[in-house]
Write a protein that binds this ligand. Structure first.
Ligand code: ATP
Ligand code: MG
Length: 383
């Protein structure tokens, strides 16, 4: 039977940062952040960091945290850790919010707070402009003072935090910490890849980040995944059998990006048919598997060193978990040396310890990808 879905949009969202049609397995975390906003200054969750592998849903969690804040009437500044972060806060976001919500329209301090603004293509700097960190503190204080009168607050989110931006994050962290001490209605949520976060946490000056509530996002439960594949399909007037839905869910390994990628490719097969068939699921899963490499695995491997990659290739020879001693033998290195690779790769959340001396991949299809691409990655192909 045909359905009128020729022009219906595919309900799945396999692109980074896109809100999924149904959010799987994160309800508790979202509620925890909402509680931290309700619990008032001093709630540990008011400084939160989400970390995890590529495509695990960090940006989506920042969006959810922002929605929690907005639903309580809070203001939100949503930023990414790119150069000029503090300047954007002091020169754009905070002046705009002060204009809209500050006392006296924020005029007095806004002027002295702006350090560089483009007007008609001309950049000017006020003669008595304080350094950005001082402006940042004043502006945040002024805004949170004004918001306190309405019993709301300010949430600042920063996506993709990493070491290159240590100075800006340090300045922002110090001010947020100070605001916490003064019991201001302020919350800070950041997200970043595990290796970037641990780099930052090793910087002594970033004690603030070290004290933040850190959540490592991982795979989500498969029964919830099946539901998250079924509902969007049914929402477009089509149906899928239980067994096919389970097969699709299993193919995702509970990895959020794959939920969207698998769903997307299953849905687009024979899109005008009212039933998603077993054949559609098989073809859709295969299409998703072919794409996961270039979309997620390749970028994840690009961020690590050649020696770390050769460790992964050595692991990919096993059909299941690998024994660390055996990997050392394959690589021709001693155990201590192999343990150092191991730690770095666990830190990057590409592999995990699964029992005494045993390691396994965390990302679905990484083993298969490494086997297929060992030569292209410039590494010895496994025997
Ligand atoms: N809990 C979830 N349930 C269903 N789909 C999800 C979930 N979290 C994320 N997704 C989907 O997974 C994809 C990747 O999400 P997101 O961009 O948030 O990942 P990320 O961890 O920020 O990745 P990166 O490290 O590359 O920035 C998106 O298509 C999103 O819709
Ligand atoms: Mg992201």
């Amino acid at each position: 039977m045909l359905v009128a879905s020729c022009f219906m949009r595919n309900p799945f969202t396999p692109s980074f940062g896109a809100p999924p049609p149904s959010l799987v397995g994160r309800a508790d975390l979202v509620a925890d952040f909402g509680d931290a906003l309700d619990d008032g200054p001093g709630a540990p969750g008011r400084a939160t960091i989400y970390t995890g592998a590529r495509g695990v849903g960090k940006t989506v969690m920042l969006n959810e945290a922002e929605a929690q804040a907005r639903s309580r009437g809070w203001l939100v500044i949503s930023e990414t850790a790119t150069p000029g972060l503090v300047d954007r806060l002091t020169g754009e976001h905070l002046p705009r919010l002060l204009r809209e919500h500050g006392e006296n329209g924020g005029t007095k301090r806004r002027l002295s707070g702006i350090t560089a603004v483009g007007i008609g293509g001309v950049n000017w700097i006020t003669t008595d402009s304080p350094p950005p960190a001082v402006s940042l503190r004043h502006q945040i204080e002024e805004l949170t003072d004004a918001l306190a009168e309405h019993e709301t607050g300010l949430l600042i989110t920063v996506d993709e935090i990493h070491r290159k931006l240590t100075d800006d994050l340090r300045a922002l962290g110090a001010i947020v910490q100070h605001a916490f001490r003064e019991e201001r209605e302020l919350a800070f949520v950041a997200a970043g890849l595990p290796a970037s976060i641990s780099d930052l946490l090793n910087d002594d000056v970033l004690t603030f980040l070290r004290r933040a509530d850190r959540h490592s996002l991982g795979a989500v439960p498969l029964d919830e995944v099946a539901q998250a594949i079924r509902e969007p399909i049914e929402g477009t007037g089509r149906s899928i059998a239980d067994a096919d839905c389970r097969t699709a869910a299993e193919a995702t390994n509970g990895y959020p990006f794959l939920i969207q990628l698998v769903g997307y490719h299953i849905w687009r097969q024979n899109r005008t048919e009212s039933v998603v068939s077993t054949g559609d699921v098989e073809v859709g899963v295969a299409a998703a598997r072919r794409r996961i490499g270039s979309l997620v695995l390749e970028p994840s491997l690009a961020g690590i060193s050649d020696v770390d990659r050769s460790f992964l290739v050595a692991m990919s020879q096993d059909d299941g978990p690998s024994r660390i001693g055996q990997i050392a033998v394959r690589l021709g290195v001693d155990g201590t040396y192999a343990s150092q690779y191991r730690l770095r790769l666990i830190d990057a959340e590409l592999i995990a310890s699964v029992g005494h001396g045993m390691l396994d991949f965390t990302m679905p299809y990484l083993r298969e990808y490494l086997r297929e691409h060992a030569a292209a990655l410039g590494l010895p192909r496994h025997s």
